[in-house]
Design a protein around this ligand. Sequence first.
Ligand SMILES: *[C@@H]1O[C@H](CO)[C@@H](O)[C@H](O)[C@H]1NC(C)=O
Ligand SMILES: *[C@@H]1O[C@H](CO)[C@@H](O)[C@H](O)[C@H]1NC(C)=O
Length: 281
Amino acid sequence: MAPSQLRPVSLMVSLSIFSFIALAAAVTVPLSSTFKYVNEGEFGDYIVEYGANYRVLDPFNSPFQLCFYNTTPNEFTLALRMGTVRSTSTMRWVWEANRGNPVGENATLTFGEDGNLVLADADGRIAWQTSTANKGVVHFQVQPNGNMVLQDIKGYFIWQSFDYPTDTLLVGQSLRAGGAARLVSRFSEKQNSNGPFSVKNGRLQYVTFQSEPVTEEGFSYYLSLEFSTGVNAILATPKYNSTLSFLRLGVDGNVKVYTYNDKVDIGAWEVTFTLFPGGKP
Ligand SMILES: *[C@@H]1O[C@H](CO)[C@@H](O)[C@H](O)[C@H]1NC(C)=O
Ligand SMILES: *[C@@H]1O[C@H](CO)[C@@H](O)[C@H](O)[C@H]1NC(C)=O
């Protein structure tokens, strides 16, 4: 009798060992989700900010697309572009990985099985990385709001581009105490390094750039800065869905909000807020 009484127990043990092995095996990026892009080939045809040349990479979620761009020869930035091909309006750079530390021709962007996202020069020099190796990352995704995320198996964000702004905040993006607490202007249209202007969030826990419908019908939208103190500073009230907006600290030190109306083909961008309407601060 004794051996048969033991059987269910040993079955349970082997089942739990099996599920442990299955779990351990799942905590790498599935091979089909890994990628390696090489910065090579023809440049794109459409008009983009800073008069840049660019090469499009696969990751996208309209109107956002990952690209390499350069404004000076052989100095490339990995960046997220906003705007659609259908619209003939300028496409804009709303996030970038490696300001001030460009990569050259044949640089690579690699998302490996270990879950690290790495931008490296052709000779292997690492210019930028998310430092997320072996942290349970299984998935890379560009979200509909332009946040690029590395997710674990439960969907939690192990890394998100929203935590690393340079001069631009998309809707839903924050400046945080203990995180990226400032925006720094670009040096010039041509040169992508830190410029002289910065905006800090002060001693606040966070300040978030937001867009919300004024009423349920959504005839018009608030564009606002939401402070951790509970204060909500309304910057503009466009009479259309303004979810596709960003706040930018410009080369000239001015702060503007650009809103993209994806129902419009020509002139889809509208400057919906300007901090110093007279020009330079
Ligand atoms: C990039 O790599 C290709 C293929 O290996 C090579 O033919 C080309 O010369 C390289 N370009 C540069 C600028 O190094
Ligand atoms: C507003 O625009 C966003 C972004 O295009 C879209 O996801 C959302 O569904 C729109 N809202 C409404 C109410 O149409």
